[in-house]
Design a binder for this molecule. Structure first.
Ligand SMILES: [Zn+2]
Ligand SMILES: [Zn+2]
Length: 568
């Protein structure tokens, strides 16, 4: 072990001890040791053992640990600290602008255990509620995390969506529009993206030099029929190359493996004929030809996931998918009454500006103290303000709602007297997320059976690429929602997209309504409904089955009927 490795171990030990909130005198000793050891002129491994203790900055305790490392190659106390710290908390040390002491607060007081959760908390303005975290710190942390995450392997669909037009335009310019086409997971609107995939109908030898001079990305793989590059922003770019047939290349690289295998099996004599493809063909037409050849209606790329969609196409039963523009109201949003950034009136004005017909304002409930949740008294004040705004903003309407915490035992956060004052209640779990399936199911089912619950919010609590949701039995939850006339939210925040689209099909089969909700904490947050709609399309959602696509009149009618059914 060289001095550098020994110093690194001490430095990490000092940081971990700070993260655990240990006595700072002790942690400083190790930090100073690390600093001094790195600058020593001679290797400690070459220094006589009896001379080690007494070197500047090396006392007895540090000296003994150095010998332990030299003898065993390990430092037991460091291993113990590492094993008692969640890996996501250790990973936070990579984020600039947040040191071990702040990480201590993040972990122990905010109960955040991963970088993705921390980013989400920044989006919800949650850091500023804690000592030592101003708005500026929050912003710095947010930017540093975004930068860090860009350089990890997987990306949210939303972050690729933002850079896609630029990359697409660039490739089209570089190689000509006719031979370039987006494909793969992004074309299927997958909720997370590992590689941005394109078909480029040219040989590797022609492509590589053009690419290299244009914007020199790092070439990671050079295969017979594909190239893999890593762009400066950390995103991996896969090019399916080779001279060939666009219809075939596009079709075979767009669908999931399950889908394409099933398709080949169903139509073994399929020939790809791209004679009819011209430079003017739209993107869709370029592989629509494949479907026409087997006399099947066109299956949109977003639906090419499972084999079952082929049977639906055969029966001519493909759904007419929900579109972002079908959304008529904002359901689930937070104002500055709790942890949102804008006033109620500002949020309503923004809805009106966007041509929306209603806003369901659902601030946090009283147990969510970290989010400035509403006390019974403040609920009364907010509802008074809503009534005033409603008479002013007519025909636009604000609905009185609450995102009510589902408590540990599954009960809701207010008495029935209070719950009855809302037009509708969205019930969500925000606390004690680490629980086994039986506990999660008990909480959720009890909340679903509560007659005041109209919508079940982000049902698994997952944060994509950051935190798995608590384990649940989706089928049982959906069945319970069907039995109790509860709507299931599709939380449209690109990091949530929860309920997962894979379960929408089953929910529709059980005649459960889905609601695409932005869970907005700012005006810009309304934009997220498009990510919700795109995920919902994958699950085959139609506008008739999406609550937030109901017009104001339909929504009011439905709400009255549902409340009656539930006896509230
Ligand atoms: Zn929530
Ligand atoms: Zn919310």
């Amino acid at each position: 072990m060289d001095n550098y490795a020994i110093a690194e171990n001490f430095s990490l030990l000092a940081k971990l001890m700070d993260i655990h909130g240990e006595n700072s005198f002790k942690t400083k000793t190790y930090a100073i040791a690390a600093f001094n050891i790195e600058k020593l002129p001679a290797q400690l491994s070459d220094t006589p053992r009896d001379k080690i203790i007494g070197i500047k900055g090396i006392g007895e305790s540090v000296g003994k640990k150095i010998m332990e490392m030299l003898d065993t190659g390990d430092l037991l106390i460091l291993k113990e600290y590492l094993s008692s710290t969640p890996p996501g908390v250790v990973e936070m040390l990579n984020i600039k602008g947040i040191g071990p002491k702040k990480i201590h607060t993040v972990w122990k007081e905010m109960e955040i255990e991963s970088i993705g959760e921390l980013l989400y908390a920044c989006n919800e303005n949650r850091l500023t509620l804690f000592k030592g975290f101003g708005e500026k710190t929050q912003k710095n942390v947010q930017e540093a995390i975004e930068f860090y995450m860009q350089n990890q392997g997987s990306h949210l669909f939303s972050s690729v969506y933002e850079v896609f037009p630029g990359i697409n335009a660039y490739l089209e310019k570089l190689f000509s529009k006719n031979i370039v086409h987006i494909t793969g997971a992004y074309r299927r609107q997958a909720i997370t993206i590992d590689e941005l995939e394109f078909v480029v109908l040219d040989t590797n030898d022609n492509i590589k030099p053009k690419f290299q001079t244009a914007f020199p990305p790092e070439l990671i793989e050079d295969n017979k029929d594909s190239l893999l590059y890593k762009l400066k922003n950390g995103l991996k770019l896969r090019l399916y190359t080779g001279k060939g047939n666009m219809a075939e290349r596009l079709f075979s690289t767009t669908g999931s493996k399950e889908f394409t295998d099933a398709f080949q099996k169903a139509f073994p004599t399929l020939k790809y004929d791209d004679k009819k493809i011209t430079g003017r063909s739209t993107n869709e037409e370029k592989d629509a030809i494949v479907f026409a050849q087997v006399k099947l209606p066109y299956i949109l790329p977003c639906l090419r996931e499972s084999s079952s969609i082929i049977d639906k196409a055969k029966k001519n039963a493909l759904p007419e998918l929900e579109k972002p523009g079908d959304i008529k109201g904002i359901i689930h949003s937070h104002s500055n009454w709790s942890d949102g950034a804008y006033k109620l009136e500002e949020m309503a004005d923004e809805c009106i500006k966007r041509g929306l017909e209603y806003l369901v304002i659902s601030d946090h409930s009283k147990s969510a103290f970290y989010a400035n949740g509403l006390s019974e008294e403040r609920i009364g004040e907010q509802q008074k303000q809503i009534a005033e705004l409603n008479s002013k903003l007519k025909p636009f309407k604000i609905f009185k709602s609450i995102e009510c915490d589902i408590l540990n035992d599954g009960s809701l956060d207010y008495s029935n007297n209070v719950l009855t004052s809302f037009d509708l209640v969205i019930a969500s779990i925000h606390s004690n997320l680490k629980m086994p399936e039986d506990k999660a199911m008990l909480r959720l089912i009890k909340a679903i059976e509560n007659p005041y619950t109209i919508i079940l919010g982000h049902m698994t609590g997952r944060l994509l690429l950051s935190r798995n949701g608590y384990p649940i039995n989706h089928q049982t939850i959906i069945d319970a929602c069907a039995a109790n006339h509860v709507v299931i939210e599709l939380n449209a925040h690109p990091r949530r997209l929860d309920i997962d689209w894979k379960w929408i099909d089953y929910a529709l089969e059980k005649e459960v309504l889905i609601s695409i909700d932005p869970d907005a904490h700012s005006l810009e947050g309304f934009d997220d409904v498009k990510y919700g709609a795109m995920a919902a399309q994958k699950g085959g959602l139609t506008k008739e089955n999406n609550l937030s696509s109901f017009s104001l009149k339909e929504f009011e009618g439905w709400l009255g009927k549902t409340r009656k059914l539930k006896g509230i």
